[in-house]
Design a protein around this ligand. Structure first.
Ligand code: UD1
Ligand code: UDP
Length: 363
């Protein structure tokens, strides 16, 4: 049995094509040789942070939801590890597949490694080289614990080699998050989203949820001030991640007639909104990749990115809070920049991963 461990919003978007491709191969080859079990840790639990993705992306209902909920890093990691250990011991999976860089990813990889269950890491080798980010800690540790490392971008192979990972375990397969994007292109209805939220022809989508931007009230207030300046230029629509809701609202985010705050959007509506936007202001990892493919200018409010290919090939630019307003002005004034699709971001990452996983389990 193959166990997929999912916990947070970006996990769902990355896992959907891998689970679908494994199911397809097994249907085609005439039988469920390797049963799949979807384990939801419950790290994200709001309807709009979790259930909506299962419905929209055709993910199977989780076989089990560990229901760990929110907590400090230690509390959340420990709660996931205790519940998952029991699950792994009862079910003895042949392989545990983990996705991305969230707390659930690390907790699952640690449990599996200690129980001598092989781990496959989807989206291995990305590095921001910024150990103040919880995700960077998670990525480095998970990669050390993994037997199969699936990378989305060529430079990841070098990062892993530099950390002593056996490159024989590393497979450059493309980007499953882009598989999801490409397979839903016909579903994104920008006009419907515009009408539903009363958006004008030209608008900007903003998302912020990194601790470095939204946890400290002073830093958040600085960003709110910039967002208000941007809203003087163009309407902003902002689906607010629950992490920053309180601090951003208390900093007065809503106090501008051209800033429209929404609950987190489902995947289809969110990408439809991004696709029709004049620019995106974000600190999300996944959104940097999606805007690269959609050709929408992306201004990433961070000092670094673990996804440099979105800058070299895509529409992404790193900006400071101070640089944000001029960067938006520039993006609004110019047509979307020239872009090149990163290698293997072709919608086939899921099938490539499925083939390698099956070869590994059968061989
Ligand atoms: C997590 C990931 C981050 C990822 C993000 C995607 C870690 C360390 N961080 O950050 O890498 O970019 O998910 O969205 O795993 N909350 C709710 N409802 C929910 C989920 C969370 O209200 O359904 C609130 C809670 O107050 C919680 C806070 O958001 O304490 C933070 O949630 P958590 O899962 O700890 O981290 P994220 O900031 O969501
Ligand atoms: N996303 C979404 N609705 C939103 C905001 C984001 O569906 O309101 C999607 C986004 O398109 C991407 C994923 O959620 O596929 C990224 O998640 P997030 O930004 O929370 O995490 P990160 O990528 O930063 O880890």
């Amino acid at each position: 049995m193959i166990a997929h461990v999912l916990g947070a919003r970006p996990n769902f978007v990355k896992a959907a094509p891998v689970i679908a491709a494994l199911s397809d191969r097994q249907r085609r080859d005439g039988g469920p040789q390797h049963e799949q079990r979807v384990i939801h840790t419950g790290q994200h639990y709001d309807e709009r942070m979790s259930d909506v993705f299962f419905r929209e992306l055709g993910l199977p209902e989780p076989d089990v939801n560990l229901g760990v909920g929110s907590g400090s890093h230690a509390a959340q990691t420990a709660a996931i590890m205790i519940a998952l250990e029991k699950e792994f011991i009862e079910r003895s999976p042949e392989l545990v597949i983990v996705y991305g860089d969230v707390t659930s990813t690390l907790a699952a990889a640690l449990d599996a490694a200690k129980l001598h269950i092989p781990v496959a890491h989807v989206e291995a080798g990305l590095r921001s080289f910024d150990m103040t980010m919880p995700e960077e800690v998670n990525r480095r540790l998970v990669d050390q614990l993994s037997d199969l490392l699936f990378v989305t971008s060529p430079e990841a192979i070098g990062h892993l080699a530099a950390e002593g990972v056996d490159v024989g375990r590393v497979h450059f397969v493309g980007n499953p998050m882009i598989d999801t994007l490409l397979s839903h292109l016909d579903s994104f209805d920008t006009e419907a989203v515009r009408a539903a939220h009363g958006l004008p022809e030209r608008y900007i989508v903003a998302t912020l949820h990194r601790p470095a931007n939204v946890d400290d009230p002073e830093i958040a207030a600085g960003l709110v001030k910039r967002l208000h300046e941007i809203a003087d230029l163009a309407d902003i629509v902002m689906p607010v991640h629950p992490r920053g809701r309180k601090v951003l609202t208390e900093a007065g985010l809503d106090d501008h007639p051209r800033v429209k705050l929404l609950e987190p959007l489902g995947y289809v509506d969110f990408i439809a909104a991004v696709r029709g936007s004049a620019a995106v202001v974000t600190d999300s990892g996944g959104v940097q990749e999606e805007t690269t493919i959609l050709g929408v200018p992306c201004l990433t409010v961070r000092p670094n990115t673990e996804r440099p290919i979105t800058i070299t090939h895509g529409t992404n630019r790193l900006v400071t809070a101070e640089g944000l307003v001029p960067a938006v002005e520039q993006a609004l004034a110019s047509a979307a920049g020239r872009r090149e699709v990163p290698p293997l971001w072709d919608g086939q990452a899921g099938p490539r991963i499925a083939r390698i996983v099956e070869d590994r389990l059968d061989g």
